[in-house]
Design a protein around this ligand. Sequence first.
Ligand code: ADP
Length: 407
Amino acid sequence: MKILVINCGSSSLKYQLFDMDENKLLAKGICDKIGNELSGFKYVVITGIDEDGKEIEAKEFEKLHIADHSVAIDLVLKKLVNKETGVIADIKEISAVGHRVLHGGEKFNGSVLVDEKVKEAIRECFDLGPLHNPANLMGIECCEKVMPRVPQVAVFDTGFHATMPDYAYMYALPYKYYEKYGIRRYGFHGTSHRFVSKRCIELLGGKAEGTRIVTCHLGNGSSISAVKDGKCLDTTMGVTPLEGIMMGTRCGSIDPAIVPIIMKKENLTPDEIDDVMNKQSGMLGVTEKTNDNREIEEMAKNGDKRAQLVESMLCHQLTKYIGGFAAAMGGVDAVVFTGGIGENNPHYRTRVAEKLAFLGTAIDEEANGKRGKEIEISVPGSKVKLFVIPTNEELMIAQDTFEIVSE
Ligand code: ADP
């Protein structure tokens, strides 16, 4: 069975086509700057697997005008069946489409087959996910138009966190704001936390009951989750993906009183302060140069004080969240690192493991030096196991879609 996975943003559309019988990626790519005079179209065919198990890619780029998302999906489908570069003979081979949807509010605790009610519920969450949910719904509606009769499945970023108890998701604000506006912790990156925690449970022996895992998804956006008995107990992101650990351009948790203070001093509107916290803060805000962790690593090595400060802030915050979640779960059996930074930056992993040594973490520096593949990085006998597990949100979406349409 072939499953197409779509991640639709306001001016972009990412896609991946999976062959579920062989559990393999066939093609992927992105259409960006949709609606602009010159949009970009990237198409990548997976031609094989190299000795390290990495996919061998044949890439194609095109600059052309993509008027809207329906045109983009049409373009993707044409490319997938193209006689020369295609990977399937007919569009009919695509059995279902899985969509990444940011916000499911309180309605969904798992992935669902899309119908009118589901679309309405996604619409009801426009207020909570104003940048993503309208685009996600547009992606679903465009696919329905271009591929009528093909089942569509919605996979929510918030879904995995639906098991959080009320004492973890409630904020100590007047209760009426929860009732009137749904102000509570929802959490994000759920597909990634679910993917890596599931894999971690397999590595720990396969039984979810009794396991206590902290999953650290560290990328441009970052979040950390406490996963007890295979279920999310708590996570760092909140009503929106701004709360928690500092990120590339997002400030993470700050004293909320800072918001009115800066608004008054700098004469900012709510939208402007929102922009400051989401796009001008985090690693970019502190270095005043870059949000790219690779550049920060290089700058820090060359003695740049701000880059060194960012590294120390991040390690300190990581340690606090992991330690806090360990306490909330009554202990911790494993810590998982994933995402662009989590998978590739051994330096943070070493520093955090050293600080958490009192909990029983002992890192194996040789294993920790290997980049970008699944590996246990704690020494044998380490009380708390440490793993690097590359995330694969698209595969998780494809697996959910496969399960739902196979029922
Ligand atoms: P997103 O949240 O957009 O999916 P990613 O998970 O791709 O982001 O993470 C992007 C971050 O990962 C960037 O800060 C980037 O510098 C960092 N990163 C990616 N590859 C490496 C690497 N090889 N070494 C260090 N950092 C890396």
